[in-house]
Write a protein that binds this ligand. Structure first.
Ligand code: ADP
Ligand code: MG
Length: 561
C-alpha cells in the first residue's frame, strides 16, 4: 500500500496529547530532549542490530543527530541516521501507547493541571511532547535495510488523527520536522537551541550537530556541521568530572522520566570482572510499579555498545525500582535474554549490584533522612518484599525499613530498627511489634497497655504486607521480634519478681471465674487465661503462638482459601 491513509489515534494517545499540551506549558523546551533521546535510542538499536547484520549500516556508520531550523518557515528539524521506522512501525509507535496499565493511569487524572503535570512525569512524556510547541509534526523515516522506496511520511496536527503515506527516502533513519506554533518562534534560533542541547543532552553518547552559523561573512555553499554536545557516554567519564546536573539529565534520558532522581551511585569495577554501573533511585514510583509486566531492569551495554533495555537479571525484584546502566566487558555482544538468565558472571554482577543499591539507600537514609522519608513513602512497600526474596541480605534490608511506633503519635513510618534498639530500656532484649489494618485501629489497642506502663516502645505495623514480612524477619542486631498480640506474652527481664508473685496470686484467685468463662464460650475459643498484659481493659483476644495472624487470614480469605 503506497497511497495515503488517515488513521485515528488510540484513545489513550488523544488523552495524553490533551494533557501534555495543557499541563506542560511551564517547561516547553523538554520536547527537544525527548526527540533527541529517541534519536539516540534509534542509533543504539541500529548499532546493535548491525553487529550481526553489518549491511544495515549501508556504508554510513557515522551515527549522529542533526538539529536545524528555518526561522522564515518557522520550522525545527531533528534528523538521525539510526534504525528508522517502517510504515507499520510508524503507525504502531506513533499512534498507540504500548505500555501496560496506561488506561488505569489515565483514569487517575483529575483535571487539576498541577497534579496532572506531576502524574505525567511518572508516565514519561516522549514523542508526543513535540505537540507542546508544534501545531503540525511531520516524520519522514525509513527503516535500515528496507529499500529507498519503502520510506514513510507520517503527519499530524496532534488532534484526533494522523496521515501516513509511503515515500522515497534514500537516507536511512528518521527526520522529524516541527511546524512551530506562532508563539513558539523563539525555538527557531541557533543560540537558544545550542543552549537547550547543552543543558539536556550533553551526556548523549553520540554527536548532536548543528550547522555552523556565519554572521556577516559570506556563508559557504556547503553546510558545515559542528558538534554541540560533549558526545561521550556519561558513565565512561571519571566521576570527579561529572556534575550533579549531568547525572540528573542522564537519568532522565535513561529512565524515560522527567523528574530528578533522589540519589545515584557510579562505579567502575576492575579485576576478575570488569564493568561500570550507574544506578539511580527515582524520585517517584512509576504508575505501573505493581504491574507484573511493567518495565524493569537496567540498560545493558557491552563494551559501550547498547545491547538491551530492561535487563532484569541484574537486580532482585524487590529492587525493581532502581534504574540505570550497566556496561560489561565480560559479556559477549550477542548475549541474549536467555543467556542472561544465570551463569557465574551474571550471578556475581547481580550480587554486587544488589549490594551497591542497598548501600546507596543506606547512604541516602543516613545523609538525607528527609529525602529518605520521601523515598520510603514511594517504595517502602516494595523494599518490604526483600527479606523474603533475598534472605542473605535480610539484615541489611531490615536496616532500611521504617515503621510507625508508640515512640511518637504521628503515625508516620519514621522509626528504623536501629532507632528502636537505641531506645530499648534496661532489661529489654526483644523488639516488640503489633500488626493491624490501620494506625487508628492499633494505636489504642489493649495489647499496648502493659508496654505503655513500662515505657517500652512497640512498632505499629499496618501495611498489608507487614505480617508476611515479619515471617521472614527473625532478628535484628541479635534481638528477636515478638508479636505482642500472640500467645502468652513473655516479658522476660522486664518483669520484676514482685510482678510475677502478684500475677500468680491473681491467677489462683480468679481460677473459678476463668472456668466459668470457658464453659460459657465453649468451642469458640481455644483457651481462657488470666492476662497480665492489661492495665485498663477487662479482656483481650489473643492469637495462638502458631496460628496465622489476622492480616494473613484476611489475605487468604480474600483469595478464597
Ligand atoms: P519511548 O521512547 O519511551 O519508547 P516515545 O513516545 O518517546 O516513547 O517514542 C515512541 C516510540 O516511537 C519509540 O519507542 C520508537 O519505537 C519510536 N520512535 C520515536 N522516535 C524515533 C526515531 N527517531 N527513530 C526510530 N524510532 C523512533
Ligand atoms: Mg522516548
Amino acid at each position: 500500500q503506497t497511497q495515503k491513509e488517515t488513521l485515528g489515534f488510540q484513545t489513550e494517545v488523544k488523552q495524553l496529547l490533551q494533557l501534555m499540551i495543557h499541563s506542560l506549558y511551564s517547561n516547553k523546551e523538554i520536547f527537544l530532549r525527548e526527540l533527541i533521546s529517541n534519536a539516540a535510542d534509534a542509533s543504539d538499536k541500529l548499532r546493535f542490530e548491525a553487529l550481526t547484520q553489518p549491511a544495515l549500516l549501508e556504508n554510513d556508520g557515522d551515527l549522529r543527530i542533526r538539529v536545524s531550523f528555518d526561522a522564515t518557515a518557522n520550522t525545527l528539524t531533528i534528523d538521525d541516521n539510526g534504525i528508522g521506522m517502517s510504515r507499520d512501525e510508524a503507525i504502531a509507535h506513533l499512534g498507540t501507547i504500548a505500555k501496560s496499565g496506561t488506561g488505569d493511569f489515565l483514569r487517575q487524572l483529575s483535571g487539576d493541571q498541577k497534579k496532572d503535570s506531576q502524574l505525567i512525569g511518572q508516565f514519561g512524556v516522549g514523542f508526543y511532547s513535540a505537540f507542546i510547541v508544534a501545531d503540525q509534526v511531520d516524520v519522514y523515516s525509513r527503516r535500515a535495510g528496507l529499500p529507498a522506496s519503502e520510506g514513510v511520511h507520517w503527519s499530524s496536527r496532534g488532534e484526533g488523527e494522523f496521515d501516513v503515506e509511503s515515500i522515497d527516502k534514500p537516507e536511512r533513519g528518521t527526520r522529524i520536522v516541527l511546524h512551530l506554533k506562532d508563539d513558539q518562534r523563539d525555538f527557531a534560533d541557533g543560540w537558544r537551541l545550542r543552549g537547550i542541547i547543552k543543558k539536556y543532552s550533553d551526556h548523549i553518547g553520540l554527536p548532536i550537530q548543528m550547522a555552523k552559523e556565519h554572521h556577516g561573512e559570506d556563508a559557504p555553499a556547503e553546510v558545515e556541521w559542528e558538534t554541540v554536545n560533549r558526545a561521550s557516554a556519561l558513565w565512561t567519564r571519571p566521576r570527579t568530572e561529572i556534575t550533579d546536573a549531568e547525572y540528573q539529565e542522564f537519568y532522565k534520558h535513561a529512565a524515560h522520566d522527567h523528574q530528578d532522581p533522589l540519589a545515584w551511585s557510579h562505579n567502575k569495577v576492575e579485576g576478575k570482572l570488569e564493568y561500570t554501573s550507574l544506578l539511580y533511585v527515582p524520585g517517584h514510583a512509576p504508575f505501573d510499579l505493581y504491574h507484573r509486566d511493567a518495565p524493569k531492569g537496567l540498560k545493558l551495554y557491552v563494551q559501550r555498545v547498547f545491547v538491551m533495555d530492561q535487563a532484569e537479571q541484574f537486580l532482585p525484584l524487590y529492587l525493581r525500582f532502581i534504574k540505570g546502566v550497566v556496561d560489561s566487558n565480560d559479556l559477549s555482544l550477542n548475549v541474549s535474554r536467555e543467556i542472561l538468565q544465570s551463569g557465574p558472571v551474571i550471578d556475581s554482577m547481580k550480587s554486587a549490584l544488589t549490594k551497591r543499591s542497598l548501600d546507596m539507600l543506606e547512604k541516602l537514609a543516613k545523609d538525607k533522612p528527609e529525602v529518605y522519608a520521601g523515598f520510603w513513602k514511594q517504595f517502602g512497600q516494595v523494599l518490604k518484599e526483600g527479606p523474603a526474596e533475598d534472605y542473605g541480605n535480610r539484615e541489611k534490608i531490615a536496616g532500611l525499613l521504617r515503621f510507625a511506633s508508640t515512640h511518637d503519635d504521628s503515625g508516620e513510618p519514621s522509626v528504623s530498627l536501629a532507632d528502636y534498639v537505641g531506645r530499648m530500656i534496661e532489661g529489654q532484649d526483644k523488639i516488640y511489634f503489633l500488626t493491624g489494618d490501620s494506625y487508628t485501629q492499633v494505636k489504642d489497642s489493649p495489647h499496648l497497655e502493659v508496654f505503655r506502663k513500662k515505657g517500652v516502645e512497640v512498632l505499629l505495623l499496618t501495611d498489608r504486607i507487614d505480617e508476611w514480612l515479619m515471617g521472614y524477619l527473625t532478628e535484628f542486631d541479635g534481638k528477636s521480634f515478638v508479636d505482642v498480640a500472640r500467645g502468652d506474652l513473655d516479658l522476660g527481664a522486664l518483669e520484676t519478681a514482685e510482678d510475677k508473685q502478684a500475677q500468680e496470686a491473681v491467677a489462683k484467685d480468679k481460677q473459678a471465674l476463668v472456668d466459668r468463662i470457658k464453659a460459657a464460650l465453649g468451642d469458640d475459643v481455644a483457651d481462657v487465661r488470666v492476662s497480665h498484659r492489661l492495665t485498663d481493659s477487662p479482656a483481650i483476644l489473643a492469637i495462638g503462638e502458631q496460628d496465622l495472624g489476622l492480616q494473613m487470614r484476611q489475605i487468604l480469605e480474600a483469595s478464597g482459601q
